[in-house]
Design a protein around this ligand. Structure first.
Ligand SMILES: Nc1ncnc2c1ncn2[C@@H]1O[C@H](COP(=O)(O)OP(=O)(O)OP(=O)(O)O)[C@@H](O)[C@H]1O
Ligand SMILES: [Mg+2]
Length: 260
């Protein structure tokens, strides 16, 4: 359903990500791992057509359900983003507006994509929050982001991103700022959502333990290039790459258990 073919992405004519290939099937989870600056965020921002700093796809193609995303007009992006393709960030607290209650932002988000009344949107918001096992959705809708813990804010972010049952969810280090227990819970919930909605997920993480736990497919990046890619078992058990082997040795435990 998503294919990146020999993609090169440049900032101001300097190629940053080179010859990136990826093929993701429906309901599959792919994890992109790699050190800071290796180009992980650049890749998923390119998929969403949201490169900052003058970034551009300068080679190759990105296909979503067989159609190139590179020629999308603004209007086509508006229809796609937040509905068929949605994104969650490292800290949803930073994304949401601190001065407005969650509910107002949630309702606004729903109403920009669908013609429903504010009351219906509010109810839908509560339903999504409760699906993410946030207790008392109504209270959360009335809270300011800073009144919630990091883990709760991240669940709110995921609840919003899942509202329109996206076909593709792009997650940029969604659990990295959280403690390991919360991290493990959120990772499990994301997997449940994948099962329930058959959403395909690209999960960016610098934690190979998270990747090992949830991903069907793992891509390891370094300096803008793929150094290793394959099915989870292949990467974890039979990797030929020294770089991947070193990463594997450095994996911390997730929720008290080592998955690698
Ligand atoms: N807005 C920008 N303007 C110019 N160059 C950028 C911009 N964003 C990223 N880059 C370049 O792309 C490289 C990769 O950055 P990217 O954010 O994709 O890495 P990352 O793997 O997500 O790192 P991290 O783990 O720190 O989030 C950077 O080293 C930088 O040179
Ligand atoms: Mg990043």
């Amino acid at each position: 359903m998503l294919e990146l073919k020999n993609v090169t992405i440049s900032y101001k004519d300097r190629p940053t990500v080179k010859n990136f290939d990826l093929s993701l099937g429906q309901g599959k989870i792919c994890s992109i791992v790699g050190e800071s600056g290796s180009g992980k965020t650049t890749v998923i921002r390119a998929v969403l057509g949201l490169l900052g700093g003058g970034g551009k796809v300068t080679g190759g193609d990105i296909l979503f359900e067989g159609r190139s995303l590179l020629s999308n007009t603004k209007e086509e992006w508006r229809k796609l983003r937040g509905t068929d393709i949605s994104m969650i960030f490292q800290d949803s607290g930073a994304m949401t507006n601190q001065t407005r209650v969650i509910g107002k932002q949630f309702v606004e988000y729903i109403c920009t994509h669908e013609k429903v009344s504010k009351k219906e949107a509010w109810e839908r918001g509560i339903e999504m929050l409760e699906r993410m096992r946030l207790p008392s959705g109504d209270n959360i809708m009335k809270s300011y982001p800073f009144q919630l813990s990091g883990g709760m804010r991240q669940r709110v972010g995921i609840a919003m991103a899942m509202t329109f049952q996206p076909k593709l969810l792009l997650a940029d280090e969604p659990t990295s700022a959280l403690d390991v227990t919360t991290q493990a819970q959120i990772v499990r919930q994301m997997m449940e959502l994948r099962d329930a909605y058959k959403t395909s997920i690209i999960m960016v993480t610098h934690n190979l333990g998270v990747a090992a736990y949830m991903a069907d497919h793992i891509v390891v990046m370094k300096n803008g290039k793929i150094v290793d890619a394959g099915d989870r078992e292949q990467i974890l058990r039979h990797s030929q790459s020294e770089y991947t082997k070193n990463l594997l040795e450095a994996v911390p435990s997730l929720g008290g258990v080592r998955y690698v």
